[in-house]
Write a protein that binds this ligand. Structure first.
Ligand code: ZN
Length: 149
């Protein structure tokens, strides 16, 4: 029970119950779909970029609490951030959930620290990072749109 409590922290349960920035976006500049076959999680990320800054971000998805809460917390953390900052945050987050960052602090990650317990459950790492990988693809989608023709 204590292990489960550690994995499913209150902030994760809260974001799973009431996901933030959930829904579709019109006039998005980048969009991508992510799928985690290990668990069946699906995430769709929409984002609007202006001058290298994420001015708006939304997601839709189905799947386990970890995957949905991760997407919700990610959108909250990234709104208003630059693309560079979001890449840096992804690196910090990935280090946290894979357990490669024993010194990870709440300074940069804030509420995302709630996923620290995931590092003890390797099979759940993909649940936690799915939204972030999908974000990366959405950022690349943007690049393709702007360079085509
Ligand atoms: Zn999952």
């Amino acid at each position: 029970m204590s292990e489960l409590t550690e994995l499913y922290q209150e902030v994760i349960l809260d974001h799973n119950r009431k996901p933030r920035n959930y829904g579709e976006m019109e006039n998005f500049s980048g969009q991508a779909d992510g799928y985690n076959p290990l668990c069946g999680d699906r995430i769709k990320v929409f984002l609007r970029l202006e001058g290298g800054q994420i001015t708006d971000i939304k997601f839709q998805g189905t799947g386990c609490a970890i995957s949905q809460a991760s997407a919700s917390l990610m959108t909250e953390a990234l709104k208003g951030k630059s693309v560079d900052d979001s890449n840096r945050l992804f690196e910090d987050f990935r280090s946290l959930v894979t357990g490669n960052s024993p010194n990870a602090t709440s300074k940069s990650l804030g509420k995302l620290m709630a996923f620290g317990g995931v590092s003890k459950y390797p099979v759940r790492v993909k649940c936690a990072t799915l939204a972030w990988h999908t974000l990366k693809a959405a950022l690349e989608d943007q690049g393709q749109c702007t360079t085509e023709k």
